[in-house]
Design a protein around this ligand. Structure first.
Ligand code: FPP
Length: 239
């Protein structure tokens, strides 16, 4: 991939992606919505390879939200099966690429036991990899994550005067995960849809018209260029 137009010293550390538009991509081609999700696999791997080339250290993707249970039962079933199949087929490859796989989200009874087992095995297999962390947000909701952090605070007996932003951040699903510098959403929708609500307080948001199955490393590169053209102030004044 070409680095022209990119400042190698200002590569975002953490990029989060809302992989939206699979259903529309499929419908445009007279295919089933689930074919669109299947076509999203290549987009995910090309994006992950592009992220590795750019030196992005954390890539987080929204694979299934706490709201996605409202979809038709067949589509939900497909997404459960597809995530498991993708991990089984491709975790060795991700491991060879030096990618550490992690998950954020609720491990509730609706997620099949064998998928949870497969997720745990994938995390274990790749736990020592250092090139990049691929975090898969699965049965994830930003509000649910904050609720779960508050539950943990209460369970830990934290007194009201000890409830700080740090105390909450330490109880999020992955306290090691840095906040995203850049969030990319595909398919021309301008929403965050309950993704990383706490963590994205100061993320730069980039929206792409490309439907997720057509998204490739050059689109990621374009998003990083747009990110580099922004001035981040974090509520202060730019220096
Ligand atoms: C949103 O498109 C996409 C999803 C709900 C699922 C995303 C899942 C994948 C790309 C599968 C591969 C990923 C992993 C990590 C296993 P949509 O269905 O909302 O599209 P639409 O807005 O056009 O209907």
């Amino acid at each position: 991939m070409s680095f022209s137009g990119l400042d190698p010293d200002r590569i975002p550390c953490h990029v989060a992606c809302v992989m939206d538009g699979n259903g529309r991509w499929a419908e445009q081609r007279g295919l089933k919505r689930t074919d669109g999700h299947a076509a999203g696999e290549e987009a995910l791997f090309d994006t992950a390879e592009g992220a590795l080339e750019l030196g992005i250290q954390w890539l987080t993707v929204y694979a299934f939200s706490t709201e996605n249970w409202r979809r038709p039962a067949d589509e939900v079933k497909f997404l459960m099966w597809f995530n498991q199949s993708l991990l089984e087929r491709r975790r060795d490859e991700l491991n060879d690429m030096g990618v550490r796989i992690r998950f954020i989200g609720r491990r509730d009874w609706r997620v099949p036991k064998r998928l949870l087992r497969c997720m745990d095995e994938s995390v274990e297999l790749t736990r020592d990899n250092k090139r990049m962390t691929l975090t898969i947000a699965f049965n994830y909701g930003g509000r649910a994550e904050i609720v779960d952090a508050v539950k943990a605070l209460v369970a830990d007996g934290v007194a009201p005067n000890k409830v700080t932003e740090k105390a909450i951040a330490r109880r999020l699903y992955d306290p090691d995960m840095p906040e995203p510098d850049l969030m990319v959403r595909t398919s021309g929708e301008f929403r965050t849809s309950n993704f990383l609500l706490w963590e994205m307080a100061y993320s730069e948001l980039v929206f792409s018209d490309t439907l997720w199955p057509d998204f490739r490393r050059q689109h990621l590169r374009d998003a990083v260029i747009e990110f580099q053209n922004r001035t981040r102030r974090f509520g202060g004044l730019s220096s």
